[in-house]
Design a protein around this ligand. Structure first.
Ligand SMILES: Cc1cc2nc3c(=O)[nH]c(=O)nc-3n(C[C@H](O)[C@H](O)[C@H](O)COP(=O)(O)OP(=O)(O)OC[C@H]3O[C@@H](n4cnc5c(N)ncnc54)[C@H](O)[C@@H]3O)c2cc1C
Length: 399
């Protein structure tokens, strides 16, 4: 059977795989994008349950990829407010304090995926193979030869695993992961509240896990309520009135009564880091490489940066007529991304344990810490820039 030739094969048409596909398509490479599932389309009436807080760095990436203007429903937030739900310490970050118009946007995952997918349909150099999945990869000095589960054969210089938390590409390459289950689920829903959200993203740290209210442009809020999995299952089964009553209480009425709630869903939460992001002619990006607690809304944003950095290293190698799937490219990609991702993961784990700890001796210093940050403008500016994704060594696409 003949082999179809590509420059890059990307497994996974999630947000991160599609961001990478578009970045590489703009450079002119021949790309194959594989997925076992068709992209679930966003519609005005059904945007799906999941949203992400998109950082300013990710916004710039989406702008440079020519898709930002097609995001039809985006909700800017101009402030972030966080409370200790036990001892009451509080910090508020305002975009005006650092002369920025906003700190980020809330956007439905499905909308990001749909807009990228539709844009990529117009790129002649991108082929979607759906449904398809990689069954085997053989790498040599020249190329990677890929066999799909249905027996088709492809070849490319580089294969990318953007195939999520259980990444089959990572498993094929026998790359181990370090990680653990938080034994929590993130309960998500869209809710209506008595008081307006005022374009503020709010988070209340509770002993069972953080509760976030993310402001939407239609006046509602999207919630991410991290809690023990058994509690999440119990709350999924409550009727709407009982659920709203529990949510009102957990939120300490930060937006008054919760008056209505749409469909609910819960997603298991993990912390996970691949020991390596690379193998011969293979790179891992997004959740395939790292998974973090959603409390700071950074998971997908880190994946966007992985995609932008990998695309930048591929471009650099291409311009120098070097091998785009060679070891030098892969090593530079890993060096630029893994440390940053490990640091963010450790920070999220630290927050999770600090605020989830029932130890009474921790409550006061923890709460005092929030109050101190609130009164120190330089420290606040530092945290705000991190939350906006404005980290050192940003790829060109995010500058
Ligand atoms: C409750 C919750 C809230 C969150 N909030 C935020 C937030 O505010 N901000 C943020 O940045 N992040 C957030 N995240 C994290 C974010 O959702 C993920 O990091 C992101 O969706 C991962 O995208 P991905 O493209 O890497 O993987 P995925 O979205 O998992 O996509 C992987 C793709 O690979 C495909 N695939 C799998 N196996 C195969 C195979 N064998 N062959 C072919 N294809 C395959 C799948 O079908 C899928 O399309 C949150 C996460 C949770 C759970």
């Amino acid at each position: 059977m003949s082999e179809s030739r590509f420059d890059v094969i990307i497994q996974g048409a999630g947000m991160n795989g599609l961001v990478l596909a578009r970045a590489l398509a703009l450079q002119g490479w021949r790309i194959a994008v594989l997925d076992t599932q068709p992209v679930q389309r966003w519609t005005e009436a059904d945007g799906g349950l999941r949203v992400i807080a998109v950082t300013v760095a990710s916004e710039r990436i989406l702008q440079r990829l020519g898709v930002w203007q097609d995001m039809r429903r985006i909700s800017p937030f101009r402030a972030i407010q966080a409370w200790d739900g036990v001892a009451g310490g509080c910090v508020r970050f305002e975009s005006a304090q650092i002369d920025e118009p906003h700190l980020g946007h809330i956007i439905e995952n499905r909308l990001i995926q749909t807009v990228l997918f539709d844009r990529l349909q117009q790129d002649d150099n991108v082929s979607f193979l759906i449904p398809a999945a990689v069954a085997a990869i053989e790498a040599d000095d020249e190329r990677a030869r890929v066999t799909l589960r249905d027996g088709r054969r492809l070849q490319a210089k580089l294969v990318v695993g953007a195939d999520g938390v259980n990444s089959p590409i990572r498993k094929l390459c026998r790359i181990p992961v370090d990680g653990y289950d938080y034994r929590q689920s993130g309960l998500v829903a869209t809710i209506t509240t008595e008081l307006p959200h005022g374009e503020v993203a709010r988070q209340r740290f509770l002993p069972d896990g953080p509760l976030a209210f993310l402001p939407l442009s239609d006046g509602r809020c999207s919630i991410v309520w991290s809690q023990p999995t058994a509690e999440a299952e119990r709350r999924l089964a409550l009727d709407e009135a009982a659920f709203c009553a529990e949510l009102t209480e957990a939120s300490a009425e930060m937006l008054g009564q919760v008056t209505g709630c749409g469909p609910r869903g819960a997603f298991p939460l993990r912390s996970q880091q691949a020991r390596s992001y690379i193998a011969p002619r293979v790179a891992l990006i997004g959740d395939a490489a790292h998974v973090i607690h959603p409390l700071a809304g950074q998971g997908a944003n880190l994946g966007f940066l992985d995609a932008a950095v990998l695309a930048e290293e591929v471009e650099r190698a291409g311009k120098a007529a070097r091998d785009i799937g060679g070891e030098a490219v892969l090593r530079r990609f890993q060096r630029r991304r893994r440390g940053d991702n490990v640091l963010m993961q450790a920070t999220m784990d630290g927050f999770h344990y600090l605020f989830g700890s029932g130890a009474p001796w921790l409550a006061l210093p923890r709460s005092a810490g929030l109050n101190i940050v609130d009164r120190l403008p330089p420290l606040k500016a530092f945290f705000m820039r991190r939350a906006m994704g404005l980290v050192p060594d940003l790829p060109q696409l995010a500058r």
